[in-house]
Write a protein that binds this ligand. Structure first.
Ligand code: F6R
Length: 585
């Protein structure tokens, strides 16, 4: 959460460069934004509330600039709370991603001698640096302040009296980009690709001193110098462009046939490595947050149905299993960004117990990627829309292939993913697309929706409901079909849209019974299924692809959520209150 971008270069368009970097990072938070530049020995700042949109910067020529796009944690969405913040002397400026957990006692101590202009924890960290810089260098003051604050934080400091940026991080991500006549720093690598493909991923407790033509790294605890590890990426900035689409969500849904086709040809050795680790253990855990937690749950069902003891855990609830962890157990961590704080914390804990970690992630070089033993990349290209789509189906494709390897039929699993790729293309480009658009127009004014599925379709029901609520703001709930009669059915009313996910498996008959129960209470039944049934008011047909039917089922759900957002006049790429990449608790 929160996006940070900085540049120190030769050209005097630093503010413009930072602004375009912030536009790329805006999906990390869009409550407010701001930029600071150094002009001679002065710092000049502009700050705004709301999304960046097509904004232009009013700041004049400079070769050094720092910017921030905010997802509010401490303090409301106001100009005063927007970053960058300035110290009392207007000589130091700080942008921050994270939470300074012990900000209160520090603020109490400093409030007699410092003037606070915001309600943020960030400003407290800045005045702490300012205070320490009275008796030591700014670099040392940043170092000792960073070591004094608690929590997962990334700081970048610009000092009006120097020609460098000072960065330090623990938990929250920061990546340095090495350009020709300039160096850059960003919360994520995607924003650097317009400038360079040579990057340094800053590790926890590393500090960087960045000037126009050098980058020096240090251990923030000991001050010892560290040799930077440069990674060259083969990614293209081009892949993240919107092209002919109206929104990134629409583009990313449409990327899926290609991604699935690629995943159906994934190196079998990668799948085998993960599967062998699961086979060799008595129990595996599978963890993710939000959408990724539903992929984890899907994994639990299909691995368990294949005879392998697996438990899905929500990232933020991970500590319930703390006492049960041991080195012989295996952890599968699922995260599109590879930076979600609850996933990173779980990785750290699992590593401290010497557990094997298998990562399924989309971001090469992310924290999860770096810390795991087995790395499976989704290779889905950047996900810009806040709501995750292509990363979810990519995870399903990998989990299905692992499950099929475990049941000694890897080739059959591969074939199903290949068929799922074709099926999603047919849905996105064929007559089902129009059916979904019409359906969205028909139900767009409903206040509530229900989605039911059983066994491996239950996580798909949860994911469907999440997608609908986050982009269309319609209250949608996903339930295990069998649970309906235990309470939720009380909420079904005349014309309440009820989505029934009914694959052609052992759950079909019971799912149709659930549909009848909801219809008897007035529900408007939308069946997502290979087979039609008279109980469906609308039938959205998918092919029967065994476990992989969940992939086209999900694509239908994604399109419905997208079309509902459009029909309700909303921007599906930037839903209210949300940010992609949740890097704070
Ligand atoms: C919902 C959504 C979120 C993310 C969650 C985890 O559409 O995108 O629920 O899935 O924040 O993010 P990653 O996968 O990056 O760990």
């Amino acid at each position: 959460m929160c996006g940070i971008f900085g540049i120190i270069g030769k050209q005097d368009n630093a503010a413009q460069t930072v602004l375009s970097g912030l536009k790329k990072l805006e999906y990390r938070g869009y409550d407010s934004w701001g930029i600071a530049v150094k002009q001679a020995d002065k710092l000049v700042v502009e700050r705004h509330v709301g999304k960046i949109g097509q904004a232009k910067t009013t700041l004049s020529a400079s070769t050094i600039a720092l910017g921030h796009t905010r997802w509010a944690t401490h303090g409301g969405v106001t100009i005063g709370n927007a970053h960058p913040h300035l110290d009392c002397q207007q000589k130091l400026c700080l942008v921050h991603n994270g939470i300074v957990e012990n900000f209160r006692p520090i603020k109490e101590k400093l409030s007699k001698s410092h003037k606070f202009n915001s309600e943020t924890d960030t400003e407290v960290a800045l005045h702490l640096i300012e205070d320490k810089a009275k008796t030591q260098s700014v670099f040392k003051a940043v170092q000792s302040s960073f070591n004094q604050v608690h929590g997962m934080n990334a700081f970048i400091v610009l000092n009006a009296d120097s020609k460098e940026l000072i960065a330090v991080k623990n938990g929250s991500p920061l990546t340095i980009g090495l350009g020709k006549d300039a160096n850059y720093i960003s919360s994520d690598v995607w924003a650097l690709l317009d400038h360079t493909n040579k990057v340094i991923f800053l590790e926890d407790n590393q500090m960087a001193q960045i000037s126009q033509n050098s980058v020096k790294l240090f251990n923030a605890k000991t001050g010892k110098s560290i040799k930077p590890k440069i990674t060259t990426l083969d990614w293209q900035a081009e892949q993240s462009k919107l092209g002919k689409f109206h929104h990134y969500m629409e583009k990313e849904i449409s990327d899926q046939p290609q991604i699935l086709d690629n995943l159906s040809r994934i190196d079998p050795a990668i799948i085998a490595k993960a599967a062998k680790a699961i086979k060799a253990t008595t129990k595996s855990y599978i963890l993710g947050c939000g959408t990724a937690s539903y992929a984890a749950m899907f994994g639990e069902y299909i691995f368990s149905l294949a005879g392998f003891d697996t438990e899905a855990i929500i990232g933020s609830e991970f500590s319930k299993n703390k006492q049960l962890l041991s080195p012989d157990l295996v952890f599968l961590m699922l995260s599109q960004s590879g930076e979600t704080i609850d996933v990173v914390e779980a990785v750290n804990l699992a590593k401290s117990k010497n557990m094997k970690i298998i990562a399924i992630t989309n971001v090469l070089g992310s924290t999860l990627y770096r810390k795991s033993d087995t790395k499976i990349l989704l290779r889905a290209g950047q996900e810009v829309a806040v709501a995750s789509t292509k990363a979810f189906t990519g995870k399903l494709a990998i989990l299905i292939q692992i499950a099929y390897w475990l049941t000694k039929d890897f080739k059959a699993g591969q074939k199903l993913i290949d068929q799922a790729a074709k099926a999603t293309k047919t849905i996105i480009t064929g007559s089902t697309r129009k059916q979904i658009k019409d359906l969205a127009k028909q139900i767009k004014d409903q206040d509530n929706m229900f989605v039911v599925g059983r066994l491996s379709s239950y996580p798909i029901a949860l994911e469907t409901a999440l997608k609908i609520k986050e982009v269309s703001y319609i209250h949608a709930e996903g339930y295990a079909g069998g649970e309906l009669k235990h309470g939720p059915i009380a909420l079904i009313d005349q014309n309440t849209p009820c989505l029934v996910i009914a694959p052609n498996d052992q759950t079909y008959t019971d799912s149709i019974s659930s549909a009848h129960e909801m219809k008897a209470r007035g529900g408007f039944i939308i069946g997502i299924s290979p087979k039609n049934d008279p109980v469906f008011d609308i039938h959205l047909k998918v092919p029967d692809l065994k476990e992989a039917t969940s992939i086209p089922n999900t694509v239908i759900a994604q399109l419905l959520a997208y079309d509902l957002a459009i029909a309700r006049g909303l921007n599906p790429d930037k839903p209210r209150n949300l940010a992609k990449s949740v890097t704070v608790k």
